[in-house]
Design a protein around this ligand. Sequence first.
Ligand code: UVW
Length: 323
Amino acid sequence: MSTVDKKTAPPVGELLKDSPKNWGKWGADDEVGSLNYLTPELIVKAASSIKSGKVFTLQVKMANPEGDPVWPGRSGAIRVNVMDEGHWIANKGLHFEGGLHYADDYMTCFPQGSTQYDALGHVWFDGQIWNGYDAKTTIGGLSKASIMPIAERGVVGRGILLDIARWRKKAVLEPGETFTHEDLKACAAAQGTEIKPRDILVVRTGWIAKYYKVSHAEFYENFIEPGLTYSPALVKWFNEMEIPNLVTDTIANEVTVDPVSGVALPLHNALMRNLRITLTEIAWLDDLATDCAADRQYTFLYVAAPLKIVNGAGAPVNPVVIK
Ligand code: UVW
């Protein structure tokens, strides 16, 4: 929970005035930022994390009749059948020589209303997005730093699960419960592993699993997610560790409101806009976490590619983990 009055929260630009920026680091035209850390050599090395060939997929179910967990203001995907056997029963099916029948769907969705990658240009302040591009480049669709460059590149590297919920001996963290990079390191140590430079951080809080266990009214009441919390030291650590991608089982990857400053989602700007660390939200981590707790293998090959939505601010994804 915020400990400061909303009215006293400083502008995010003031909070982050001394925060490091990687603008220009990969050239004036760069649109993938920290994914540049995932070099072919690193990917070959990351493949050696595969020990048993066990595969886990990290997308939550989409267009789920039970509901899709989404950021307040968004709604879950809606899928409808537009062709099925009923059409042939009612003599309305198309005729194909040989007797082929088929099913077809139509779906509407918020592309960021499922497990998803944020585009680099998804958030900003003071009129500039990642790399200093003008925020006006977002008007009518992102002409800079959209999801496309990430989708075309793909994300492959060594992933490490940091099971904060299990480490804190909880099924799920409390609303607004925070943790820091020091907690990530301590959690890794308790798991018998170590966060290495350029690791893809996969952080579990138990929050998304809670969505399926309680009523939607309870889940969204006084909505404040648990998560990482802003500090200059945390941002410095992410930058020095050259973290390319932060994946979590929450909707926004960080505590909803920074309890110290009262600023909403400051890490979105500190990590994504300024450092260009890619954010992956709403990941399903419970099956992976159960397996890691059983075999004590917390590192793996992580592979993901969001959908190629032209000028998109984000896109759904079904990341794959191979242990
Ligand atoms: C917002 O930042 C509002 O959304 P997301 O959680 O998709 O990044």
